[in-house]
Design a protein. Sequence first.
Lengths: 96, 483
Amino acid sequence: MIDREQVLHVARLARLRLSDEEVEKMAGELSGILDHVDRIGNLDLEGVEPTSHVVALENVWRADEPRPSLPHDVALASAPEPEDGAFRVPSPQADA
Amino acid sequence: MPDKGVLELTVAEAAARIAATELSAAEYFSAWHEAALGDELNAYLFQVDHPAEHQTIDGPLGGIPVAVKDIFATEGSPTTAGSKILEGYIPPYTAAAVRKLDAAGARVLGKTNMDEFAMGSSNENSAYGPVLNPWDRTRVPGGSSGGSAAVVAGGLAPCALGTDTGGSIRQPAALCGIVGLKPTYGAISRYGMIAFASSLDQCGPLTRDVTDAALLLASLQGRDPCDSTSVGIEGGIVAPSRDDLQGLRFGVPRELARDQVDAGVREVFEATLKRIEELGGVITEVGLPNAEHGISAYYVIAPAEASSNLARYDGVRYGMRAGGDGDLLEMYETTRAEGFGDEVKRRIMLGTYALSSGYYEAYYGQAQKVRTRIAEDFRTAFGEVDFVVTPTSPSVAFGLGEKTDDPLSMYLNDFFTVPMSLAGIPAISLPAGLAAPEGGGPQLPVGFQIAAPAFAEQKLLEASFALEQAIGFDAKPGEGSGG
């Protein structure tokens, strides 16, 4: 079971603001899903190698040569608030 | 004016006529453009006005219009991934898969609606409204490539491009009565395909028949320096021509939970097994003992990867921004709260939880080990049989709103498609017949899924072609299905 406090903690980690109503709903829904997912928790998988990737590839190499990248103005074209050739963001500190 | 007849041609037929100058590429495009403008299914999010002018009709797909799922970046055209957070976003580059189609002579007809960030099995999670199933507009087309399936089934495009992470090409193809192919992970570049779960995402064609699926795959597959996980299919892909299944073994998983499959779907599935035997194929049982844990493993791994991939939507570099009057953290949190829909938030929460300190091993670590076991199960099975077959989906298309209040029941819908995704192997859904829904109603399409070993696409397409000819599925929406 996931309680309200855990939901708020995870939401902070995920940079998501949830309304009170969403927190309640999320606690119930996540608990239901995790209840199902928990079935794999009881499997004995001692010594089984985890799979992070299905294609048998090790490193893929290429020559370290400079290539053209996106022009500055194109990269900034979809930014919500471009300014002086940069991405403008609010101050990290509320009172700054 | 082009006659209605050209819209009835398959992609392979149309491409051959265009190449032989019996059909004008411009007229063919405008016939499809006109058809697409008549979209009443909410299947398109964006339609082009005219084909890009630089394009040649040389190439295997010369002059063929293609509908592209809105998860592929298209330079100069809106790309939303079905999300409000990307509303108005115009990518500065085009996805590798779309560039491949373009190089083969195809032209983008429009971008199709989808579940937000490809998370869903019904298309009801799109920020731009649900897509309607062309067979019955009160029902879902499946998801997440629901728009791509609906345009092909509904006569709004000759073929479409979709993506499949846990069944998102195969399940909507099944529910809309068309062919959907998820290639082996690594067959096609993922560059420019907006990431959901990077170790599972793979794009593929949605088409009217198997020959068209092969034709698209032939142009799409290949290694791409921009995606180091792409390796291509050795030997390439050619048009399938096999007309029997002599000497081929088809394994039906012993663990296939027959009681979880609707009676009508089961009937079509059994009838298709008989067809396989009539064509000389052998049906045997195989064991996939860990497949039943596929949903659990998938709904840890996919959300975990998604929670990381979707961290980039923070209101800084592209897309929408909200709460810009507060501090930086407030801007991030407000942008994501207002930009993401319920299902995306749910998966981000689930994934963040599974990766958080103290839970990582119990969830993510354990799920990755289950994934190993499922891949091993398939390898063992393919030592005994050539293919593994299942129904694509446990039911025919369900009603709009029927499962939206119960996320878990929606997830269980992916029961038959998720194991192949976890194992990274290719699988196709073929329309195999019609069945009435459990609660009664008009006859709706049923999909038959065939899975093959990694990179055995040509063999999979050959067997699918032979079976398709024998099934002879020719039902269309609105014909004898109106009840």
